[in-house]
Design a protein around this ligand. Structure first.
Ligand SMILES: NC(=O)c1ccc[n+]([C@@H]2O[C@H](COP(=O)([O-])OP(=O)(O)OC[C@H]3O[C@@H](n4cnc5c(N)ncnc54)[C@H](OP(=O)(O)O)[C@@H]3O)[C@@H](O)[C@H]2O)c1
Length: 250
């Protein structure tokens, strides 16, 4: 183990100590892919990486996914692989593409929220009873991640897991709205397929995010890179270094 290796308990305890945070998670191959060109993605990570997602879910008030992930995977977004309570489920679905029978909308006693644009101009499908609709942004353009976080915080949801997919994670990262990023890399090479992230281009390597990162090797060979985006490997804020906007996690 080198001096960046850390046991998982220490990594999670540090995160758990904070009353409000945004942690992103991503499972990817060695060559930075999250799915084959066909869209097949289950499962790039091994069992330990999957356990880690459930562990993060159990630590937060709410898990966020984009509607693209719901359409591709129809995830439950519950805690099943580890002990713990399932968080509220939040889907960013600006234009009402979310199918009413999506599994994450099922009424199991957990809060379910859908983030949308102002509904006036849109014909939105009816959703099951009990769904909280969170209206953010204007008639078009991306929804500001900070506005989404503010709206969730106003509803008592302060510890947030952004679980994907790449568009959603990239938007939060580009906006400086992520405090931690847990990337689980599996020792597999896909060679083609969907890239893990697509951030705004930078002009120089000096602008790259270089977060302070702890590494944990799981028993099945998957490796967790636990990135602290508020600290760079050089000591200052990674987001500051990259000249990206800093969100307030309050
Ligand atoms: N490996 C992993 O860890 C992991 C995790 C999750 C998902 N995935 C994979 O990721 C793929 C789906 O990813 P994706 O990037 O296509 O979809 P996504 O990020 O799940 O959803 C993207 C969509 O969500 C809406 N959205 C999200 N953030 C928004 C914002 N700030 N402003 C406006 N709209 C926003 C938009 O919907 P509209 O287009 O309707 O405007 C956008 O097109 C699937 O293949 C899935 O299997 C992998």
């Amino acid at each position: 183990m080198d001096d960046r290796s850390m046991d998982l308990g220490t990594i999670l305890a540090e995160l758990n100590a904070s009353p409000a945070f945004v942690v992103g998670q991503l499972g990817q191959s060695l060559d930075g892919r999250i799915a084959l060109p066909s869209g097949e993605s289950k499962y790039i990570n091994g069992p330990a990486g999957l356990d880690h997602i459930h562990r993060l879910r159990a630590m937060v008030d709410a898990v966020i996914v984009g509607v693209g992930t719901v359409l591709a995977d129809d995830p439950l977004l519950t805690v099943r692989r580890v002990p713990g309570r399932s968080p509220a489920r939040v889907v960013i679905d600006p234009s009402g593409r979310l199918p009413p029978d999506a599994r994450c909308l099922a009424d199991d006693g957990v809060r379910r929220l859908v983030v949308r644009r102002p509904a006036a101009e849109l014909k939105l499908p009816a959703h099951p009873a009990g769904i909280e609709v969170v209206v953010v942004g204007g008639a078009d353009g991306p929804l500001a991640p900070q506005a989404i976080l503010d709206a969730l915080r106003a509803r008592g949801l302060a510890r947030i897991l952004v679980e994907g997919g790449p568009r959603t994670l990239s938007a939060f990262l580009d906006a400086g709205c992520m405090d931690r990023f847990h990337i689980v890399v599996s020792p597999v090479i896909l060679g083609s397929g969907r890239a893990a992230l697509d951030l705004a281009p930078i002009a120089s390597l000096r602008q790259a995010l270089r977060p302070a990162t702890a590494v944990h090797v799981f028993s099945d060979g998957d490796v967790l890179f636990a990135c602290d985006l508020r600290r760079s490997a050089g000591g200052e804020g990674a987001h500051d270094d990259a000249n990206r906007a800093l969100c307030s996690t309050g």
